[in-house]
Design a protein around this ligand. Sequence first.
Ligand SMILES: Nc1ncnc2c1ncn2[C@@H]1O[C@H](COP(=O)(O)OP(=O)(O)OP(=O)(O)O)[C@@H](O)[C@H]1O
Ligand SMILES: [Mg+2]
Length: 504
Amino acid sequence: MKSKEAFKETIINGYNFKGESLILGGAMLNGETLSDTFIKVPLKTLNRHGLIAGATGTGKTKTIQVLSEQLSLHGIPVLMMDIKGDFSGIAAPGEALPFITERHQKINLPYSTASFPVELLTLSAQNGVRLRATVSEFGPVLFSRILNLNDTQSGVISIIFKYCDDKQMPLLDLKDIKKVINYITEEGKAEITEHYGKISTSTTGTILRKIIELEQQGGDIFFGEKSFEISDLMRIDEEGKGYVNIIRLTDIQDKPKLFSTFMLSLLAEIYQQMPEQGDSGQPELVMFIDEAHLIFNEASKTLLDQIESIVKLIRSKGIGIYFITQNPMDVPSGILAQLGLKIQHALRAFTANDRKAIKSTAENYPISEFYKTDEVLTSLGIGEALVTVLNEKGIPTPLAATMMRAPMSRMNVLDGAEISEINAKSKLVKKYSEVIDRESAYEILNHKIQEAAQVEETKVIAAKTVAKPKAEPMSDTTKTVIKVLTSATFIRGAFGVLSKMFKK
Ligand SMILES: Nc1ncnc2c1ncn2[C@@H]1O[C@H](COP(=O)(O)OP(=O)(O)OP(=O)(O)O)[C@@H](O)[C@H]1O
Ligand SMILES: [Mg+2]
């Protein structure tokens, strides 16, 4: 093992950046924290994505808190998928407790407390900014995934989307798509068979059953308008701090499909809507995805390829994505290879599988002449991590065991009153609380069925009285319908468009 001086020199040179950077903590060697030996990450390479991993209770969430705070201070907004609901404390100042100030003394980094601007977003009816999406925006690929459909069933979903496009019928909520399925198996059966081919009623039956299941899981609350505008994630407060947008997912953690598919639709939409980024030298938005394994579990090869492509391409739009998981092997290798920043908290070696994971994790890190990586991995303390980042030239920095700095904000969660206060002040809560149910497939088809019945009736009367049936005047809502539809078709394209782009 080389000397402490050589180590210090390696770290100081390796982490010496020209542009602005965030300080993560101080370097450690043989369990000792060296002062004035900061481990930093350049703002410029934050769009090169990252991984934060480690066993339970080792400090992953606090690391995200530290990163989010530094980002916010630089005017970079953050989006946090908070599955466990333990992130809200970032809205309140922390406390200079002895264990925190001691930590900072070792690093020789001054400690101060601060709070950050927060929006609390929710996928359910929970108190907060309601996040909704229309069925049209989800598109056939993701909608089929959320329902767990097989290829045949997904094919029928694609036909339904196509039919609604052709007929200019927006699919806003689950009521709409259920209505369309009923229609194509009954009144509209002949029309569909003629133009799109025969659809088996057992397939539509299965799809309907799965939609009802989804409704029971709370999907009916999520699907509909007003759908969320991505630009609302990019806000900066009057002091120039980036907003920390926390999606609270506590009440859907038992619904991994809903969560993971929502995540993907959000990624696709951010990708689609964000312009290519000029050389601003810092990201536009940083996303943290907790429990990232949920996204990759059971994902088909096609979907994994699409995720990989989005992750690759979204970089040029100035979006950094950070996956958080206990075991780094949960992240598929194609994606793992694209992650520039790696913060690995302690791993525990209880089982043979654990030991395997430790071995492969160690192999994924730059070789260090100062550490036996696999040994360090199991001996790191809480709030310590092995870190490597990309320097401004895009080259991995020397591996550094790091004493992470402590959050400036509260490490504990907000209480109910504090949460209510944030929501009461939020402009977004008001903006998205309105429930809109404008004319969509459900109403259009009901109207059509009624009309058909009337025409039948009129025919009967006409036959008797030889009276002329009146032509139905154009509906007032037609314009709105077309507008909704065009924007929905545009937005939802992301996954469809991407899949075409990457079919090669
Ligand atoms: N950077 C830090 N500074 C000070 N204390 C820390 C730090 N990181 C972790 N801790 C301490 O360790 C505890 C656990 O950390 P944290 O909640 O971040 O773990 P975790 O890895 O997210 O766990 P889980 O997998 O259960 O979510 C914290 O409550 C805090 O007391
Ligand atoms: Mg955690």
